[in-house]
Design a protein around this ligand. Structure first.
Ligand code: NAI
Ligand code: COI
Ligand code: MG
Length: 358
């Protein structure tokens, strides 16, 4: 019996389509000849579609996407200097709407410094942590407004939403993740010294859930101190749990200390399985390099490994990670390669047709 997977593909804007093409190559190569059968549906969503039609994510789009088992997304937003585009329509109206409507309350962002990858700051083995970022609340919910806009008396608010329900479920997921990892450490990252209302909720929730996980060592760091320790002592981190905004910011930094943002993969997970989970690179649409064929597709490829993990296909997921690890090790001192050259080399390793395949 084959395992049929209905995969929604949202290539998006900028380098999104370039890196998704390579992710799909890897996914196909990793699963060729197996019982896993992907049935792909393309959804043409993003800034370009919005500019052409005025639509971001319609109810019909959402309903159709809900009929899938998983989503692979490139990146959206970032057509430079177009005054018709604001964060409200693409970033919030499309990307965050997908995360909220599909209840992606876990935004999982593993960070590993692979052997052979150069980091300005750390050695391989020193960086191996996972950020569990809350994905449906925080300051990203659009809870705010502005008055007297454009005047010297303008006032703008952007209120962070934190619910006991929302915080507890992501904290529980983070503890369960820590339980499965050898070091069993969990760090809550927040700013409880000044964001005292939300911070107190997060801290009390972690303390309460910690009592159910006596094997997990728990500590707390303020977000500003975390930016120091990511640089000076990344080995201290195992599992980090944090809110939507802090998690967004520190995972770009996590990418930078572990070989570059082009290697950073993520999963927007709906752990209940009620809605399809969505896998995407941590990076955005990178308009500064779009169309040049130089984007690193590794993050998109590693995102397909997270997708395979989510489908319960650990063996195929590990094959993707092994092929990426081997490819990264060969990059040292090598000539720069294009997006498709990297994707082809990794796919060839997976297919066993690369001369130096591991
Ligand atoms: N999930 C998504 O769809 C995301 C969308 N965005 C959107 O993307 C647009 C651009 O945002 P930025 O702040 O510039 O962030 P970005 O992540 O797109 O780019 C930041 C820097 O990293 C480089 N970079 C990114 N991905 C790369 C890759 N695969 N290989 C090599 N270099 C890479 C870019 O060239 C740029 O110099 C904005 O509209 C933003 O809102 C940003 C982050 C996530
Ligand atoms: C639109 C943003 C929330 C996307 C982003 O930067 C991210 O999820 O990392
Ligand atoms: Mg981000």
């Amino acid at each position: 019996m084959s395992q049929r997977v209905r995969l929604a593909v949202i290539r998006g804007d900028g380098i999104g389509p370039e890196v998704v093409a390579e992710g799909l190559k890897a996914l196909e190569a990793a699963t060729a000849g197996s019982d896993l059968v992907f049935e792909r549906t393309e959804f043409s969503l993003g800034a370009e579609r919005y500019l052409a039609t005025g639509d971001t994510l319609t109810d019909a789009d959402l309903d159709a996407i809900k009929g899938h088992d998983a989503i692979l997304l490139g990146a959206v937003g970032g057509v430079p200097n177009d005054p018709r585009l604001t964060g409200a329509n693409i970033e919030r109206g499309l990307l965050l709407k997908l995360r909220f409507e599909l209840d992606h309350y876990v935004n999982l962002r593993p960070t590993t410094l692979f052997p052979g990858v150069t980091s300005p700051l750390a050695e391989p083995g020193e960086v191996d942590f996972v950020v569990v970022r809350e994905g449906t609340e925080g300051p990203y919910v659009g809870n705010g407004g502005a008055i007297r806009v454009g005047t010297s008396a303008e006032v703008a608010t952007e209120t962070s939403l934190n619910t006991a329900y929302g915080v507890e479920r992501v904290v529980r997921y983070a503890f369960e993740t820590a339980e499965r990892r050898p070091r069993k450490r969990l760090t809550l990252v927040h700013k409880t010294n000044v964001l005292t209302f939300a911070g107190s909720l997060w801290k009390r929730t972690v303390d309460r859930v910690a009592a159910e996980h006596p094997n997990v060592a728990v500590d707390y760091l303020h977000i500003d101190a975390v930016t120091i320790f990511f640089v000076t002592d990344p080995a201290r981190f195992d599992v980090i749990v944090t809110d939507n905004l802090f998690g967004d910011i520190i995972t770009d930094l996590a990418g930078a200390i572990s070989g570059g943002i082009g290697l950073a993969a993520s999963g927007n997970i709906n752990p209940d399985g009620r809605f399809p989970s969505m896998f995407e690179p941590v990076h955005g649409s990178a308009p500064d390099i779009a169309g040049k064929g130089i984007a690193d597709p590794t993050a998109a490829i590693l995102s397909t490994a997270l997708l395979l993990d989510h489908l319960g296909r650990r063996e195929e997921a590990d094959r993707v990670r092994t092929a990426v690890t081997a490819d990264l090790a060969e990059r040292i001192g090598g000539a720069a390669r294009s997006t498709s050259e990297i994707g082809d080399a990794i796919a060839a390793r997976l297919a066993g047709t690369n001369a130096s395949a591991a």
